[in-house]
Design a protein around this ligand. Structure first.
Ligand SMILES: Nc1nc2c(c(=O)[nH]1)N[C@H]1C(S)=C(S)[C@@H](COP(=O)(O)OP(=O)(O)OC[C@H]3O[C@@H](n4cnc5c(=O)[nH]c(N)nc54)[C@H](O)[C@@H]3O)O[C@H]1N2
Ligand SMILES: Nc1nc2c(c(=O)[nH]1)N[C@H]1C(S)=C(S)[C@@H](COP(=O)(O)OP(=O)(O)OC[C@H]3O[C@@H](n4cnc5c(=O)[nH]c(N)nc54)[C@H](O)[C@@H]3O)O[C@H]1N2
Ligand code: SF4
Ligand SMILES: [Mo]
Length: 709
């Protein structure tokens, strides 16, 4: 192993290059990789401190218990595999494959994802493999598919520097995608003529440096977007040639936007007409408009419609398929993209194929050497359908990998009850305890980032090899190896003969040949030699071409059958649970800069703990005054589903009528402080992504420090 290992940060979807540098004492130090095209040497606090968490509180041996009330007993891997095979065979025989579910994560590597798809969708014959991307990127996936004909973000990070107008919708980029934000902000400062528009009900650090902050009422994004469309259309600031040659559905779109005149829109969104007009002028006058979006858009009961309405504006103004512009979905997790490309949602198959497409199923079955009909023709259970399946005694086996649903899923009380009655739950994690290990019958220790070799793909489609440079603790094993071993023991020796992650990748890339997400020119060997390479990278790509910056749709030929993009032309519905007399405030939830999700890693890093020691309910002074609440007071926040006790931070960070809680505190980190005690599972009907960004709550004062002990 060389003394400098080039790898990728395993936290967010920015995908910063890291170098692990071997020290004289045998330990490693982390620094930014200047040669990584995405991050150019930059890192944020999470990437910089990653090594501090790798050795703490690790799960090191398989453990088992018959009932949730028993204590765990350590067992050998051999016994664990026997148990798994026995359970899988029994459940399949007694209840059929649909009773088996897998729930994975955008933090798995592409190799893990691919082996899991082959095992679950191919060999076990159920499409019940869903991931936490259902709560994260699923609306973006559906929107790209419906509007452009395929998933896959058209843009790249160079566009951050080339754009004249950046439109940030529902993304707190400064705290959640810090290095993307740095690149944008540097160009914004340096050039002086770049307009930065931020749409967010909160005054985030992102909004703080915007030229225009539209603090819209939660859930009114579509009204705003159609209102912008209306003005651009009225002013004739549209690209008629582009619309005519490269789109369909413009007439219906114009009919819909007529219902969104500026006064009505401004009133609905809770902003000034001037602000709306200003945003439309900047969009209309810019040569290149880049929009960035993330969870304020996707985590909505109309998430797909929100994202499609944003794409509509790009189609209306021809702001796509050129450098410096386009609709750019920022992915949350480090390998949410690789996961999508490997087919890691219950309705997908590898290579951006769809379960429901008979031709696609046939191609995969042939390639995997399986009988026709092996892959079930209907999409599997989405994340919430796994929960309802447990409730209805239809699910008898759940295998959870690299995610902590007992903190991250909505309506936690219901999720706890569902898992309480699960006949057999496997939790495969790198750390223990987590809130989810409390509901496991079988615990499997996973080797994590740095302890195994694999690839991850970031928001701009750069694929980076992450080599092993640390030893896994105890008998922890790479996720893909565990899944492949189960496959072999189920009788599929030929399908799972992989000796290395490189071999897994080699097989996966063949299934992307000729698809939008073409990886077929990539291999571990090539990535090790060239460094990160973005897809598309077809098999015949030269080394020089491989490392060139890439965008999709430069020829304006979209991935639809006729090559034309589709206007969505949708009307807004608003939030699924509007505030009312009993629950008068809208709770929105999200992230702090230093913490990563459920804190399994960042909660164990002192520097980060110090930065964010506790969750705070952000509340506008106007609402606080009405309730007689001051900063530092303890309050009880109630929704129709549960309650939390937290301290309040009064300030103008949120607009009146809205409150904000971070999502990071599960039971292990705070008593009754999980935001998801309050949220509901109502979801976008197309993407099945739940509305984690809005539920109705009321806040009651509890007096100072009542609950400190
Ligand atoms: N520090 C940190 N960074 C992370 C993560 C982390 O845990 N910590 N996680 C990663 C992951 S997986 C993800 S998905 C991303 C998420 O990245 P972001 O999406 O940027 O983060 P969030 O805080 O979830 O939500 C973004 C913003 O949406 C706003 N919002 C709420 N409701 C609405 C609405 O109706 N309309 C609009 N326009 N905005 C609304 C919220 O106020 C919030 O500021 O971050 C990634 N990066
Ligand atoms: N209210 C509310 N809820 C939300 C959100 C929100 O904004 N608001 N955001 C949603 C979004 S966008 C997301 S992405 C989810 C995230 O939610 P989760 O996925 O539940 O959060 P993490 O803490 O990242 O969980 C990852 C788990 O994987 C483990 N792990 C790390 N590396 C490995 C590995 O290599 N192998 C294995 N097997 N395990 C590993 C970690 O120890 C941890 O237990 O939360 C969702 N929930
Ligand atoms: S911006 Fe994201 S990828 Fe980059 S160092 Fe921070 S957490 Fe890691
Ligand atoms: Mo996410």
């Amino acid at each position: 192993m060389s003394s400098i290992v080039r790898t990728l940060c395993p936290y967010c979807g920015v995908g910063c290059g890291l170098e692990a540098v071997l020290q004289a004492n045998g330990s490693y130090k982390i620094r930014g990789d200047r040669a990584h095209p995405s991050s150019l040497g930059m890192v944020c606090v999470k990437g910089a401190t990653i090594l501090e968490s790798v050795g703490v509180s690790r799960l090191t041996e398989p453990q088992w218990r018959r009932k949730l009330t028993d204590d765990f007993q350590p067992i050998a891997w051999e016994e664990a595999f026997n148990l798994l095979v026995e359970q899988l065979n029994n459940v399949r025989q007694e209840y059929g494959s649909d009773a088996i579910c897998f729930y994975g994560s955008g933090q798995l590597q592409t190799e893990d994802y691919y082996v899991a798809q082959k095992l679950v969708k191919g060999c076990l014959g159920t499409n019940n493999f869903d991931t936490n991307s259902r709560m994260c990127m699923s609306s973006a996936v559906s929107a790209y598919q419906a509007s452009l004909g395929s998933d896959g973000s058209p843009c790249c990070y160079e566009d951050l520097e080339l754009t004249d107008c950046a439109f940030l919708l529902g993304t707190n980029t400064a705290e959640c995608h810090p290095i993307v934000f740095n690149r944008l902000r540097q160009s914004h400062k340096r050039r002086g003529d770049v307009k930065l528009i931020v749409v967010d009900p909160r005054s985030t650090p992102t909004a703080a440096v915007a030229d225009l902050h539209l603090a819209i009422r939660p859930g009114t994004d579509i009204d705003l977007l159609q209102g912008l469309g209306y003005l651009l259309w009225q002013w004739g600031k549209i690209d008629e040639v582009f619309i005519q040659q490269h789109t369909q559905g413009f007439e219906q779109y114009v009919q819909v936007i007529q219902n969104y005149p500026p006064e009505w829109v401004a009133q609905r969104c809770g902003i000034a007409v001037d602000q709306l007009v200003q945003a439309a002028q900047w969009w209309g006058n810019a040569e290149r408009v880049l929009s960035l979006w993330s969870m304020g858009v996707n985590q909505s009961a109309e998430g797909t419609a929100k994202a499609r309405s944003l794409i509509d504006l790009h189609l209306l103004t021809g702001q796509i398929g050129r450098p410096g512009c386009g609709p750019f979905s920022l992915t949350g997790q480090p390998n949410a993209m690789g996961g999508r490309e490997a087919g890691g949602l219950a309705h997908l198959l590898p290579g951006y194929r769809q379960v429901e497409n008979p031709q696609h199923r046939r191609e995969i079955e042939d390639f995997w050497g399986l009988k026709p009909g092996s892959i079930a023709p209907q999409p599997g259970r989405s994340m919430w359908e796994i929960v309802t399946g447990l409730e209805q005694n239809q699910v008898h086996f759940v295998w959870i990998i690299a995610t902590n649903p007992l903190v991250s899923m909505p309506h936690l009380e219901r999720v706890r009850a569902a898992f309480q009655q699960s006949p057999f739950t496997v939790v495969q994690d790198a750390y223990a305890p987590t809130e989810t290990t409390a509901y496991a019958h079988l615990l499997l220790p996973a080797a994590q980032w740095g302890e195994k070799t694999g690839t991850m793909t970031n928001s701009e489609r750069q694929v980076t090899l992450c080599p092993q440079f640390l030893s896994p603790p105890g008998s922890a094993r790479p996720d893909w190896e565990i899944l492949a071993e189960v496959g072999r023991r189920l009788g599929y020796e030929a399908q799972f003969r992989f000796a290395t992650a490189a071999e897994v990748f080699q097989e996966f890339v063949q299934l992307t040949q000729g698809r939008v997400c073409d990886y077929s020119g990539l291999s571990h060997e090539r990535l090790a030699r060239l460094g990160p390479v973005a897809w598309p990278c077809p098999a015949d790509t030269s080394d020089g071409e491989a490392v060139r910056v890439k965008r999709l749709y430069l020829d304006k030929q979209f991935a639809t059958p006729d090559g034309k993009a589709r206007f969505a032309a949708l009307r807004s519905q608003g939030v699924a649970e509007p505030p009312d007399g009993d629950f008068p405030l809208v709770l929105t939830t999200g992230r702090y800069y230093g913490h990563w999700h459920t804190q399994t890693r960042t909660g164990r890093i002192p520097k980060i703990q110090k930065m964010h020691p506790e969750p705070l309910l952000a509340m506008h002074p106007h609402d606080a005054e009405k309730l007689g609440i001051q900063s530092g007071d303890w309050v009880r926040v109630r929704s129709r589903r549960g309650q939390v006790r937290v301290k309040v931070m009064v300030g103008e960070q949120v607009r009146p009528g809205a409150v904000f809680l971070p999502m990071h505190w599960g039971e292990l980190w705070g008593v009754q402080q999980a935001a998801n005690e309050l949220t509901h599972p109502q979801s976008c009907p197309i993407s099945k992504q739940p509305e984690l960004k809005a539920c109705a709550v009321r806040v009651e004062r509890e007096g100072k420090d009542d609950f400190r002990v």
